[in-house]
Design a protein around this ligand. Structure first.
Ligand code: SF4
Ligand code: SF4
Ligand code: F3S
Length: 267
């Protein structure tokens, strides 16, 4: 029987911390190893590929030529535009150029993580490197935005599996995010919500309310304005998520969350 060739994936890294890759490899359903070894043909990834150096960069060029218009491009990290992009070099040239070239030949792009979607920590004030999200730099190639710092492992594998299996983008919301994973606010699925509704709030991290598991709103929780799947999927195969471990949601899937509460007090 004929076997269908696996969809080719190129995964490039800009201004980032590799936390998104680290999240991806912890996916339990599907297992990240199954995705990488049997569902996609991952040809280039700084963390997961064994190769490196000049032959690896040549391989990227060859793959982009050979599979022009067909490969899926995964992007992790922000674009750095300050001083002609010199603060983020990849393969000896500014990352922004690698991105533009790779985007032009891709059938679709996955922007993995808040850095790729909207700049992330690199673009936090005062943003000395001129960092930004990738969307304005990729021309007309369609983008699936998968924000989160990092995104949930199963959200990352779920999105790439959709593209690989169906060859189409998943249904997206107005901000280009897959509706399946970003349709609810953290606040909508939070198990502490009854305390919010009853006006029972922790006022300090070590007070009686905090110990009793009351709502974390007064400690800066951004669940009411943050769209993500943490409340229903949770992290690491359903184990926990920030609010369950006693920390307010910091809104890590929101643009510019580093510049906002709870890191910076709203005035
Ligand atoms: Fe790292 Fe967060 Fe950026 Fe992902 S989104 S690369 S985890 S800083
Ligand atoms: Fe909403 Fe946060 Fe309170 Fe949960 S802890 S109910 S997300 S404000
Ligand atoms: Fe991020 Fe909030 Fe989930 S901080 S991990 S979106 S609970």
């Amino acid at each position: 029987a004929e076997t269908k060739p696996l969809p080719v994936v190129v995964w490039i890294h800009g201004h980032e911390c590799t936390g998104c890759d680290e999240s991806f490899i912890r996916s339990g359903a599907p297992l990240a190893s199954d995705v990488v070894l049997s569902q996609i043909d991952l040809e280039y990834d700084h963390l997961l590929s064994a190769a490196s150096g000049e032959p690896f960069e040549r391989h990227l060029e060859e793959i982009m030529k050979k599979y022009k218009g067909q490969y899926i491009l995964a992007v992790e990290g922000a674009v750095c535009t300050g001083d002609n992009g010199v603060y983020c070099m990849s393969g000896g040239r500014p990352f922004v150029r690698t991105l533009q070239e790779a985007a032009a030949g891709a059938m679709a792009i996955i922007a993995y993580g808040t850095c790729a979607v909207s700049g992330g920590i690199q673009s936090a004030k005062p943003n000395p490197t001129g960092s930004a999200g990738i969307n304005p730099f990729v021309g007309n190639t369609p983008v699936v935005n998968v924000p989160g710092c990092p995104p949930i492992p199963e959200v990352m594998t779920g999105v790439i599996m959709h593209l690989a299996l169906f060859g189409t983008l998943p249904p997206l919301d107005g901000e280009g995010r897959p509706k399946q994973f970003y349709g609810n606010r953290i606040h909508d699925t939070c198990y502490r919500r009854p305390f919010f509704d009853a006006g029972m709030f922790a006022e300090n991290f070590d007070d009686a309310g905090a110990k009793a598991g009351w709502c974390l709103y007064k400690l800066g929780c951004r669940g009411p304005e943050t769209y993500n799947s943490c409340g229903n999927l949770r992290w690491f195969q359903g184990m926990s998520y920030p609010i369950q471990s006693g920390a307010p949601c910091i809104g890590c899937s929101n643009a510019n969350f580093w510049d906002d509460e709870p890191f910076t007090k709203r005035l």
